[in-house]
Design a protein. Structure first.
Length: 188
């Protein structure tokens, strides 16, 4: 059994007869009253995100997980197929379990959290950023870098990302996977 002092991003816990992954947390020590931990958790079974507050010292049941490297192969609708890079076994995961599945390129290596009790995959962690090619957007305007104005751009995976006005079709851009936001343009 773990306590609230062990809460960290990525921790998997059992809560309300389900397994949740901690997305965000904040330890709060108010001037008056007991301390508590405010969390945002995502269910690994249905993808639902909930907010919860634990009182300080509350016991939580931690789920033991292992991480394995998997290569994203392809998807057929809402089912995504991955291959273990060590032993070449394949697994299938539903789209609801994945964070930002629209940013995954075929051949991308991701980290999969696996429950050690029953060897079931819990969640997929993408790299912190991915490099993608812009397939369609409005023509860029040269010299328009002074403002923070953005426009929508569709990347090679089909996702839509808001980019600065100077980005053109065919440009390589780096996208932050946690928020799905533009980071920078990559010079080819």
């Amino acid at each position: 059994m773990a306590s609230t002092s062990d809460i960290r991003n990525g921790l998997c816990i059992k809560y309300n007869h389900d397994i949740f992954k901690i997305i965000e947390f904040l330890h709060v020590k108010p001037g008056k009253g007991p301390a508590f931990v405010r969390t945002k958790m995502k269910s690994v079974t249905n993808g639902k995100v909930i907010d919860n507050t634990f009182s300080a010292g509350h016991k939580i049941e931690e789920v033991r997980v292992e991480t394995h490297k998997f290569q994203y192969l392809y998807n057929d609708g809402d089912t995504f197929h991955f291959m273990n890079t060590a032993d070449y076994t394949q697994i299938e995961l539903q789209k609801s379990v994945l964070d930002n599945p629209d940013l995954m390129k075929e051949g991308e290596v991701v980290t999969v959290l696996i429950n050690t009790e029953d060897n079931s995959p819990l969640s997929v962690d993408l790299p912190s950023s991915v490099t993608l090619t812009v397939t369609s957007t409005e023509p860029g305007i040269k010299g328009n870098t002074a403002t923070n104005a953005t426009k929508p751009a569709v990347v090679e995976t089909g996702a839509t990302v808001m980019v600065p006005l100077f980005i053109n079709e065919g440009d390589l851009i780096k996208v932050e996977t946690t928020k799905g936001t533009y980071k920078e343009r990559i010079k080819a």
